[in-house]
Design a protein around this ligand. Structure first.
Ligand code: FES
Ligand code: FES
Length: 401
């Protein structure tokens, strides 16, 4: 068990939790705060959305232990809030709910939208709400309910009480624990996280980054693939960072590499959201072992998400002029995109990405043009395939097959 201190709906609590316990399970089972619903438990449907340090976050994919020093607000905590009261009335008047399963998450997201984006138009509203799924209403009533509250307050925008941080600690890693040591009664410890600059847009050096945190706390994905070319040929191609970047769907170098360092951009499409992370990469090559380490930091100003990654790869010679490339990726996501760092989803995306990368690499080695490689990473497609997998296995369980 791990002891942490956090605030839930204004009440300070010292709690003991299993390191693997999700925040939503803690809230519902121990805190008896059942207003937060559980839908997919996969970070996709948004039914479990709560506010963590003022930002909406998925409590099903947030570990309770990651909330040390955080301020959690569930729908129960907003019961007397005038903004949520207006939204509740609008939902009622615009028929914005049927079964009501998605409604707590919808209300929390709506609360965030009307207080954070008072001038949002309908397109922005739909975009902001795209992380909350409703299987009943067709969204028309929900959009018009939120829009009616926005319209009513165009002249004097709504505000809410300020919170301690702008982004939650989960993913943002900005929370500074009040107690420097977290007591653990088990084997795992969670050291205090480092504070990151709030509005960093571009950087020209990666030396100040906390790579140890990425190594220790990052999500790790291991992949390998084979290419029908010799190790020396593949290694030579890997020397050209620009060409390799073109083999990664959605990636592009925006400056010419100098001393193994370059600026770049990765575009990821997740449903209606397209995020462009731009930042810096640097590579350290080990010619003797045919291996390299790539470190990268990127930021998407629209979703206010930030990513840090360490990619280590090695090319192994196998028989018959076939090379095997093994890749380890460790990364930390911060901000709204962190909600999608559930390993099942990412593993699925990584599998597809690796296949696509290996195919592009072979095509490039066979003489294809670099321009033909450019493509966007449509992660939503892979997320949907995971969802379908889950729905099918649920149906199979239901009919006993
Ligand atoms: Fe958390 Fe669906 S239950 S996103
Ligand atoms: Fe039923 Fe939205 S009202 S899921």
């Amino acid at each position: 068990m791990t002891q942490i201190s956090l605030t839930i709906n204004g009440t300070q609590r010292e709690i003991d939790v299993e390191p693997r316990r999700s925040l939503v399970d803690y809230l519902r089972d121990d805190g008896r705060l059942t207003g937060t619903h559980i839908g997919c438990e996969h970070g996709v449907c948004g039914a479990c959305t709560v506010l963590i340090d003022g930002a909406p976050a998925r409590s099903c994919i947030t570990y309770a232990v990651a909330c040390e020093s955080a301020e959690i607000i569930t729908l129960e905590g907003l019961e007397d809030d005038p903004v949520i009261s207006e939204l509740r009335t609008a939902f009622h008047e615009h028929h914005a709910l049927q079964c009501g399963y998605c409604t707590p998450g919808m209300l929390i997201s709506a609360y965030d939208i009307v207080t954070r984006l008072p001038h949002a138009d309908e397109n922005r509203l739909r975009l902001e709400l795209s992380g909350n799924l409703c299987r009943c209403t067709g969204y028309v009533g929900i959009i018009s309910a939120i829009n009616s509250v926005l319209e009513k307050h165009r002249a004097v925008p709504l505000t809410r009480a300020p919170t301690s941080e702008k982004l939650g600690p989960v993913g943002s890693h900005r929370s500074v624990p009040k107690s420097k040591s977290i007591k653990t009664h088990g084997r795992q410890t969670f050291p205090p996280r480092q504070q990151q600059p709030a509005t960093q847009t571009q950087q020209n050096d990666l030396s100040g980054e906390d790579w140890e945190a990425v190594d220790a706390q990052g999500v790790e994905l291991l992949q390998s693939f084979e290419v029908r070319y010799s190790r020396t040929t593949v290694w030579r191609l890997f020397e050209n960072l620009e060409e390799v970047a073109h083999c990664v769907p959605g990636a592009l170098l925006t400056t010419t590499p100098v001393n193994g360092q370059a600026e770049g951009e990765v575009t990821i499409k997740l449903g209606p959201i397209t995020s462009a992370f731009s930042g810096l990469v640097e590579i350290e090559r080990d010619n003797e072992n045919y291996s390299a380490i790539v470190r990268g930091v990127g930021r998407d100003p629209i979703s206010a998400s930030r990513a840090r990654a360490i990619i280590a790869y090695q090319i192994h010679a196998t028989e018959d002029e076939v090379s095997k490339v093994s890749v380890s990726v460790k990364f930390l996501l911060a901000g709204p995109f962190a909600q999608f760092s559930r390993s099942g989803l990412l593993r699925n995306v990584a599998d597809h990405l690796t296949k696509k990368f290996a195919g592009n690499l072979e095509a490039l080695l066979s003489g294809a043009k670099v321009a033909d490689m450019a493509d966007t990473l449509d992660a939503g497609k892979y997320v949907r395939s995971v969802l379908w997998g889950r729905i099918l296995s649920f149906i199979r369980r239901l009919i006993g097959k």
